[in-house]
Write a new protein. Structure first.
Length: 105
């Protein structure tokens, strides 16, 4: 099985909703870290809120090591949620390959 790192970024207020989306996708274990997002320029790259050019946002980063199948299900759940809610602070997610990892002997 190829291991993937699923990373999800969201505003803090959506933590429970995002956790539920991950659970629906089959993610059984994940970690959460509080982060602060800053936007210093007015350009919108699609990852940051469109409001203001000097925004500061209390956010969270959730991450999990999981299979590709489950990571892709999580991305699909997040995409569907973003479309349904038409939220000004959409949840963002991406998947990274894990090249190597610790193996128990």
């Amino acid at each position: 099985m190829t291991m993937k790192l699923l990373v999800v970024l969201s505003i803090k207020e959506y933590q429970e909703r995002v956790a539920s989306l991950l659970q629906d996708a089959g993610v059984t274990q994940f970690s959460v870290s509080n982060i602060t997002g800053y936007k210093k320029r007015s350009e919108n790259l699609g990852w940051f809120a469109a409001n203001g050019s000097n925004a500061k946002t209390n956010s969270i980063m959730l991450f999990s090591f999981t299979s590709q199948e489950i990571a892709e299900k999580a991305i699909a759940e997040i995409d569907s949620c973003n479309i349904e809610t038409n939220n000004p602070f959409p949840v963002h997610a991406f998947i990274l390959d894990v090249e190597n990892s610790f193996k128990l002997i």
